[in-house]
Ligand binder design. Sequence first.
Ligand code: NDP
Length: 485
Amino acid sequence: MNQKIIFLGFGIAAALGGTYIGTQFLFKSGHDNFIQHKRTVDFSLLKQKDTVLPVAIIGDGPAGASAALYTSRSDLYTVVFQGPKPGGLLTETSYVENWPAVGKELGSRIINNLRSQAQEHGAVFVPETIKSVDLRSWPYKLSNEDGQDIYALSVIIATGAVPRVLGAPGEKEYWGKGVTTCAICDAPFYKGRDVVVVGGGDSAVEEAAQLAPHVRSVTMLVRKDSMRASKASQQHLTSLPNVKVQYNTAIDEIIGDGKVVNKIRLLDTATKKTSEMPIDGVFLAIGHEPRTALFKDQLNIDENGYIQLKGRSQETSVEGIFAAGDVEDHVYRQAGVASGSGIKAALDAYSFLQSRGYTKQIQQQLQPKLYEPQAQKGTVIAINSLEDFKKEVANSPIPVVLDFWARWCPSCLRMLPVVELVAGRFEGKIKFVKVDFAQVPALAEQLQVAKVPALVVYKQGEVVARYFDVMNKSEMTEFLQQFIA
Ligand code: NDP
């Protein structure tokens, strides 16, 4: 086996034009038992590539961040592409009680700690989204939002899952105007109001519990005659006096006055009778879909959209490509399991690279070609009063983007670095302003912002657009392009 490694090692060294000698490849993989690789790659391919990455991790939830901790700790240069929702779903829950050895802790804090730990070992986290991949030949091509091609020697896919939506009439029209999937972000906007939570799983119970202290009433709409949530979750519901459960009920239509939701049409799934319910907010918690569109037709994906793995490893149907977390796990779907699978994927990636003779020395030779994210941040000023608004926004000669955020809203905190990066692209053409909702609620009301994060575009003295969701860098750039001449 070592002979082969030496041979491949020479291949890569020669390809890089270095004076590297074979003995340096005489180390043995500690993880060879996990996966067996065909050692038939042509390393001379690296010579023609400008931007190379030993380990690319797509997604930085518990799976991606844990993988980054292990690969970077093994001295493999690792870049984590955080994607459109940095931190993943764990940042949208409040407290987590079952993260081993930690006790009760905020999901967003667990993710931040995990990320910092990986960064301490050298992992680089970048708020970029990978737009396309070509996994047909090694090294694997990943294209970022700027159209730059990055050639990865190994890839860990940890793209997680996205919340499911109903597809009911009115849902799209009133998105961010009464319809949402994030109770922790939006609960404070529904103080003293009546809301429904759709779904009967653990997430739905969690949403109801997050809403209960803020709202007047929560009605959980469960389409069957029983809930899927665990016994412990259902027990928790009984301690919330303003939460009730309505079984055999589905939403047929979401109705509003053109501005905000004010009622829903319900279907009794047992009798098929419909009825109407006046309501101020609709919180969806109906499960998630694995985020695998990027890999369609390139990896083996099952009929439910989950990436398929080989045996007990995290390796996908393509050698050197690994997957971890909700993108491949339709059984356990727990943050701790995602983290463990990320660790497995990292060990598998390490083993894969070792089997190709990849060493620290080779990494050093690759240094000039290693991908280093460019982060040119622009200016984002903070406004804290209506006077600031008049001065900085109302009288601005160029369009202004107001990013409404709140300390309690994890999606908002994830958006701020993206706004800074996009501001760098529009320097002098668009002014960027961040508004802490809690500091200037009157401004939020004036500009009809009832959900955070929210982007409001102000041009020539009036609001010309509002957007109520998380955007990645390229989506935000594209969205704002229309406002400059
Ligand atoms: P689940 O898939 O467990 O539950 C989804 C719920 O939404 C079900 O009640 C389902 O109904 C309902 N539903 C699905 N589609 C529709 C629709 N179109 N209309 C109405 N209702 C619909 O998803 P969760 O996000 O709740 O949980 C995912 C995983 O994460 C689970 O394993 C869960 O245990 C875990 N989790 C754990 C937590 C914890 O431990 N604290 C917290 C949150 C999640 P039906 O049953 O009829 O299909």
